[in-house]
Design a binder for this molecule. Structure first.
Ligand code: DQA
Length: 148
């Protein structure tokens, strides 16, 4: 099973970016943990980070057909990118949306996600552990213990 692992704008700054909100781990640290967890479950991770909406969309177009699902933290694009949402519906890729922080507990403009309605589900507020939860969900679903 192959999963795309996408991170959007400013997530390359994890570790130094508002650590009280986003934690002290770098994105590379997180990708290592996610890849290790996926490998333990016999899955392959293809990771990508971009600060550009189009870069993320191009990556989805290029890789969705060869992947079984996607874990994405769209960063601020969560709140307004209809184009990113359309890339998910256009390719039909099974998507789990993850946020490090609990977006529903923050500024009102972060409460709304345009991605959530086209995602299988949303995980928010568990820090980097949220990505591991998403990996485990894909793994369990693949093994037939859970169905979407
Ligand atoms: C975020 C929440 C977004 O509102 C913000 O723009 C981010 C990070 C999170 O992981 O908590 O860049 O997606």
């Amino acid at each position: 099973m192959k999963l795309l692992f996408l991170n959007g704008p400013n997530l390359n700054l994890l570790g130094t970016r508002e650590p009280d909100i986003y934690g002290h781990e770098s994105l590379n640290d997180i990708v290592d943990v996610v890849r290790e967890r996926a490998t333990q479950s016999g899955m392959v991770i293809l990771d990508f980070q971009s600060n550009h909406e189009g870069g993320l969309i191009d990556f989805i177009h290029e890789h969705a057909s060869s992947a079984d699902g996607m874990i994405i933290n769209p960063g601020a694009l969560t709140h307004y990118s209809i184009a990113l949402r359309d890339a998910i519906t256009a390719t039909g890729i099974a998507t789990v949306e993850v946020h490090l922080s609990n977006i529903h507990h923050r500024e009102p403009f972060r409460h709304h996600s345009v991605i959530a309605p086209v995602a299988i589900g949303q995980i928010a507020g568990f820090g980097s552990y949220g990505y591991v939860m998403a990996v485990d969900w894909f793994s369990d679903m693949h093994q037939g213990s859970k169905k979407p």
